[in-house]
Design a protein around this ligand. Structure first.
Ligand code: SF4
Length: 222
């Protein structure tokens, strides 16, 4: 499929990538979806390739819903990017379609603060309301490299974890902002994909292509 502009009337999402199974992006086993397109250009962004508005893959949301629902052991879905709220309308439709078929939890990472999103709702942005209504746990705010404290499941200390529903009650304290980072390497057909939120040094090595060669060989038995 050819990449298209985000401004589209089709019921589709412009996505950067997805992973059917990960344990590095929230509690329990999760389906992970990265949407394409973000206007912030945060220095140190973990997914710079997901920023361009005119890249990624345009994907029909019905196909995507079936893909998510086929992973029966997944407790929920984590949406990151890119900026999920740039595609709020169709992302909300996707999540609504999924949750009408199966009860799945939804975690969303956004560069907006919750206060900014609430301001958009007050200004009449119903798409923003619809996406927030589908969200159980929201991690908000842009990545600010100077505030990267190496704590779990969020990039920097300005990013707050909001329990918008009871589904993950207590998760903010139990899983987020704890010492240490967690990331996974997934071997895909044509590439090695990094999922999760690694430490800044690990990410820098990964982006310079030195991650694999930096693993001490003595950790592997002969
Ligand atoms: S908001 Fe997120 S995706 Fe967008 S530039 Fe910042 S870190 Fe990257």
């Amino acid at each position: 499929m050819n990449p298209k502009c985000i401004v589209s009337e089709s019921v589709s999402l412009q996505i950067y990538a997805f992973l059917p199974r990960t344990r590095a992006l929230g509690p329990y086993l999760r389906f992970a979806l990265w949407v394409q397109g973000c206007l912030r250009n945060c220095p140190g962004c973990m997914t710079p390739d997901a920023q361009a508005l005119d890249r990624g893959t345009v994907t029909d949301i019905e196909m995507l819903a079936e893909q998510v629902l086929s992973v029966r052991e997944a407790e929920g879905i984590t949406v990151s990017g890119g900026e999920p709220f740039l595609q709020a309308r169709n992302l909300a439709r996707l999540l609504d379609r999924i949750r009408k078929t199966r009860d799945m939890g939804v975690i969303v990472y956004t560069g907006f603060t919750l206060a900014e999103l609430q301001e958009k709702i007050r200004a009449g942005k119903e798409d923003v309301r619809n996406l927030l209504d589908q969200t159980d746990l929201l991690i908000d705010g842009p990545y600010i490299r100077e505030l990267d404290d190496g704590q779990s499941l969020r990039g920097a200390s300005n990013q707050k974890v909001h329990e918008l529903t009871e589904r993950y009650k207590g998760a903010a304290e139990k899983y987020y902002g704890r010492p240490g980072r967690n990331a996974e390497l997934h071997l895909l057909e044509n590439e090695v994909f990094l999922a999760g939120i690694p430490g800044a040094e690990s990410l820098s090595q990964w982006q310079r292509g030195k991650f694999i060669s930096s693993i001490p060989t003595e950790e592997f038995p002969p």
